[in-house]
Design a protein around this ligand. Structure first.
Ligand code: ADP
Length: 204
């Protein structure tokens, strides 16, 4: 006999001490996350996140790509913002980007060695960006791998922080966000996210 979905859920619930409803709610989180390998400036989403520096006046890496693709109006708006602290986030328009908004966040400078403060600051980047998104009716958002480039946060620990923080946020705010895209650029991050996304957001 093939067990019905409810029976299956009930048996899982008894083994995990969770009701079938709780399991279904948890499972639906995986529908809200995905990953994409390529240039974040191409994504037609409500907001892309920029891994900026504290000046918010542009830089190398993804920051430079976003400023080039968005045009000079982005820098003009950024000049008005008075910078941004590590772990915090600020929002601007997207100008010539397909994305409506850019959320600029400043990751920790780890230089290959992670301290608890770095970890906290990196988690804060994801939390602050998502909070700013929900405050501005942004329902689809794409993140680059914050701090893992010039700022030297090791890739796998950074992915763990990103996935843990996004998961916790989505659990609490599932009605406010439709999709979070982890935009990976390098093969090393592609491999990490391919493996970890199912681990953090299992389909069953
Ligand atoms: P940080 O200074 O926070 O380390 P970087 O821009 O140096 O920021 O790197 C963050 C990540 O963004 C790296 O994985 C880098 O390869 C990636 N990256 C660079 N350009 C782009 C782009 N156009 N789209 C998406 N990710 C990008």
């Amino acid at each position: 006999k093939i067990p019905s979905l409810m029976e299956e859920l009930k048996s899982k619930a008894s083994s995990d001490d969770e009701s079938p409803e709780e399991i279904q709610v948890k499972n639906s989180l995986c529908e809200k996350v995905s990953f994409y390998k390529g240039d974040i400036t191409q994504l037609e989403v409500d907001a892309i996140v920029n891994a900026a520096n504290t000046s918010l006046l542009g830089g190398g890496g993804v920051d430079g790509c976003i400023h080039r693709a968005s045009g000079p109006s982005l820098l003009a708006e950024c000049r008005e913002l008075g910078g941004c602290e590590t772990g915090q986030a600020k929002i601007t328009c997207g100008y010539e980007l397909p994305a409506k908004y850019v959320i600029h966040t400043v990751g920790p400078i780890a230089r290959g060695h992670i301290t608890p403060n770095h970890k906290q600051d990196l988690a804060s980047c994801y939390n602050s960006s998502l909070t700013l998104a929900t405050e501005n009716d942004i329902r689809t958002i794409a993140f680059p791998c914050i701090s893992t480039g010039i700022y030297g946060y090791p890739n796998e620990p950074a992915a763990n922080v990103a996935l843990t923080t996004v998961k916790e946020f989505l659990k609490k705010n599932r009605d406010k966000i439709d999709r979070v895209i982890f935009c990976v650029f390098l093969e090393v991050d592609f491999k990490i996210y391919k493996r970890k996304l199912n681990e953090f957001f299992p389909k069953d």
